[in-house]
Design a protein around this ligand. Sequence first.
Ligand code: CP
Length: 307
Amino acid sequence: MTPKHFLDLASQTPADLRAILDEAHRLKAGGGRPRPRSAVLAGCTLAMLFERPSTRTRFSFDVAMKELGGDTIVASGAEMQLGRGETLADTAQVLSRYVDVVMIRMLDHDGLVGFAEHAAVPVINGLTRRCHPCQIIADLMTVEERLGPLAGRTIAWVGDGNNVAATFLDAARHLGFSLRIATPSALALPADAVAEARAAGADVSVGEDAHQAVAGADVVVADAWASMGDEDEDRRRTLLAPFQVNDALMARAAPGAIFLHCLPAHRNEEVTDSVMDGPQSAVFDEAENRLHAQKAILKHVLGKLGE
Ligand code: CP
């Protein structure tokens, strides 16, 4: 049987995304401090492979798996024989003999897909250059807990047309919110990706004017001006300076609008301290929600939702 991978949001069904979000909310509602533990994934082991640094993804998956009763193993590619040329395909087949689920952070999305094709256990995308699906589950969960249902809400993405922006585009196909994307033309999302999302049902507008994108929006989202793997930081700073999220930009959003950032933030570059630490910021709830979202994603791929 083909494992239930979680590689991107475009290929998920709306029903599965809804079930994952509902489970994440349910798990969060059930947990004060100390959070209740369950044994739903007892006997299961999660392998986490990181080719790139991580704070949130690494810690939230580790804590999530343990609070669900499972175990974890973490390694970087350099620590493994991958760093000495063993193929992803062979690695996938070997790890499938040891563990029950694999989470990988690697820039090469095709490499991740190839790994998943050779894995006999579910594979979760912990960020590639193409997309960051776990992040957007946590983001949309945060929007719902702050503002209620997603349908009819407007989310404004301001800055680089990067992998996180592309994942909002994937989600917009399925979840009924409007997406406005403002980027410099040189850093825009690929036109064919936007066209494909529209054809699949996404309500999305793209442009180069941050003020226009944010006007009346319910959610304003920013990200680092240079993502992992980007080497043209000076050029990006110049291009992206007009896209800084500051008090003046937030004032154009709807009353009660929230600010999201997947973190790590580069304070006073893509977002000012006043917005990051201000009353509209939901960034630390968003970071916490990575934990609840990871639990729901793990339960989804392992066929344990609702248990
Ligand atoms: N947002 C995010 O993925 O954070 P980390 O890079 O710290 O995992």
